[in-house]
Design a protein around this ligand. Structure first.
Ligand SMILES: Cc1ncc(COP(=O)(O)O)c(C=O)c1O
Length: 399
């Protein structure tokens, strides 16, 4: 029979489930349009402002016609120097600003394009699960085979890597990491990264560490950079983001630092796709990296207080909560008997009955079943309110 529509998509589209945040956002928008006050703990989209100095610089530079031209796509030299200085100051790592740094339109864009540059059909990629969706789907879009490894416990994570590398042919080509981890809040230490580097050399795989939550850390914990491990630059790169450390999620600026060949591959593929970040944002980024070290601990404290409010609220209503040491989320086990309905349905019920938007664990692959991810983006009062509304909704739910 003749097909009616001329609209047909590429086969790879069949491998992409509907984007989780898209669905949650749609439901939230419908509720808000109907006049409901939805407390939004769904996405890690900060509501707090970007530092004033950064905004002021953006305004100043945006007025200069020179900034209206196509920008320097890898990042302007001063910005690249500033990220190298940042790594020296914060982690005592030497980075060659010219060859070992590349600025991206947010870290998500950078990770996605790097996957296209370094993997394809026939390649396998190890990804911790549950996972921030792009860690899995950037590889899927690139046509690679994704092998998921449970993020916990840490010891068996490394053992699983060894096991897979010893038993699979072809061996994995890339290991994707994300510490501090979204969605679980799992953190790591320098020892772990040392072992990763030694495995990468032994089994010849590349490493990508997504370090988006580098500075949102609590209770004195400091997240190590992957590049602190000796030899890390021989095997991999790290992606950083301005979105969380400086509340610049909408500005779209992130970076890749580390192995020069991998950085170069990212630049090559991006050269075909885009022209880089608006120059005024790049200059404002210099201010963030150079002058805003002081705002980072204040921000981390803000999240720590919110974490305490949300965790103790949920504990009070009987949830079994593990307090995260980093990140912007609480990864919460759905209590019995509600866990039986599945995380997606429970999240829908919370939206419908409690006016609270949360992310179901299954949005981060099936390993997240039984969990919810709650983002610490609303203020303390709204977090308390969210817990009250969730409690009431659960009291009225028949399971
Ligand atoms: C682990 C992780 N990586 C990357 C991103 C996206 O960062 P960016 O805004 O720099 O693209 C997020 C956003 O939530 C994230 O959770």
């Amino acid at each position: 029979m003749e097909e009616k529509s001329v609209v047909r998509f590429a086969n790879r589209m069949d491998q992409l489930p509907p984007y989780l945040f898209g669905m949650i956002n749609q439901m939230k928008m419908e509720k808000r349009r109907a006049g409901d006050d939805v407390i939004d703990l769904g996405m890690g989209n900060p509501m707090d402002p970007t530092p004033d100095a950064v905004i002021e610089k953006l305004i100043e530079v945006a007025k200069d016609p020179k900034s209206h031209r196509y920008p320097e796509s890898s990042g302007m030299p001063h910005l690249k120097i500033e990220i190298a200085k940042y790594y020296k100051r914060h982690y005592d790592i030497d980075i060659d600003s010219e060859t070992q740094t590349y600025f991206t339109i947010g870290s998500k864009e950078g990770i996605s394009h790097l996957c296209l540059a370094i993997m394809g059909p026939g390649d396998s990629v190890l990804v911790p699960a549950p996972a921030f969706p792009i860690h899995i789907y950037a590889a899927v879009i690139a046509g690679a085979n994704v092998m998921k490894i449970p993020i916990e416990p840490e010891k068996s994570f490394l053992d699983r890597i060894i096991n897979i590398c010893e038993s699979c042919y072809p061996k994995p080509k890339v290991l994707m990491l994300n510490y501090p981890h979204n969605p679980t809040g799992v953190v790591t230490d320098k020892e772990f990264f040392k072992e990763v580097v030694s495995l990468a050399k032994r089994f010849k795989f590349m490493v990508i560490n997504d370090f988006a939550y580098s500075k949102i850390t609590f209770d004195g914990y400091e997240a190590p950079s992957f590049l602190e491990a000796d030899g890390a630059k021989d095997v991999g790169v790290e992606f950083g983001s301005f979105s969380k450390s400086y509340n610049m999620a909408g500005w779209r600026i992130g970076y890749c630092v580390g192995n020069a060949e991998i950085v170069q591959a990212l630049g090559k593929i991006k050269g075909y796709f885009d022209y880089g970040i608006f120059s005024a944002i790049q200059v404002a980024g210099i201010i963030a990296l150079r002058d805003c070290d002081d705002t980072i601990p204040e921000l981390a404290n803000l999240y720590q207080t919110r974490r305490d409010v949300l965790c103790s609220g949920l504990e009070r209503i009987g949830w079994d909560i593990k307090k995260p040491k980093a990140g912007m989320f609480v990864w919460a086990k759905i209590p019995e008997p509600f866990n039986k309905m599945g995380a997606m349905q429970f999240a829908v019920e919370m939206m419908d009955r409690a006016n609270v938007a949360v992310a179901p664990g299954t949005g981060f692959s099936e390993e997240g079943e039984g969990f919810l991810r709650l983002a610490l983006v609303e203020n303390e009062e709204r977090l308390r309110q969210a817990v009250r509304q969730m409690k009431k909704a659960m009291e009225n739910m028949i399971v």
